[in-house]
Ligand binder design. Sequence first.
Ligand SMILES: Cc1cc2nc3c(=O)[nH]c(=O)nc-3n(C[C@H](O)[C@H](O)[C@H](O)COP(=O)(O)O)c2cc1C
Length: 201
Amino acid sequence: MNNIPNYYNNIDLILDEIWSLLQRGVADRNEDFRLPVVIVSTTDSAEGRIVVLRGAFKDKNILRFHTDFRSSKIKNLKENKKIYFVFYNKKRKIQVRAEGVAIVHKDNEITKEAWTKTQMMSRKCYLSPQAPGDFINDSASDLSKDMGNEIPTYEQSEMGYKNFCVIESKIKSFEWLYLASQGHRRAKFMLDENKSTWLVP
Ligand SMILES: Cc1cc2nc3c(=O)[nH]c(=O)nc-3n(C[C@H](O)[C@H](O)[C@H](O)COP(=O)(O)O)c2cc1C
């Protein structure tokens, strides 16, 4: 068999591969794992959306992304803290699903540090006077009518901090799927119990 990666039949190598792909996603905007789908659900709804992966901390089993505190995912997370991520690397044919529990950070040391490192263009996302998902009569929000393509000044951008939050997700399990013509491979990792098992793909 040609081009078979080391982890094909070796479950002990897969967890490191997962964290390596996640960390590359944080560092490199061209990596597929940079843009996971994040799903949160309540008793009568489930909603998924793409976010930018901003942190992957292997020592603490934590994934991190940034969002607007006024967005519907925050309302849903207040009802149900369970959170799910789906990643797919097309070239490597690897899907990773992560299941965790979300912690919403608002105006604390973690948000201050993350905000300081957030570029002006990204800070612009937090400047709208309306909440994400609010109904509007026009195609543009008040913010985009006012600012157009402009990048906010540092002073203008600071107004966005009140809407900024960091979601940290304590990952409880990963599920791995590797697609291969000679046979797919699927495995599950229960992080709290430090256990892993192969699954039928
Ligand atoms: C490529 C891409 C990256 C995105 N990154 C983020 C992000 O890091 N954080 C975020 O809150 N929304 C991000 N979004 C927007 C979300 O997908 C979603 O539309 C938005 O957060 C609305 O919030 P809601 O799903 O809670 O209503 C991104 C969308 C795309 C297409």
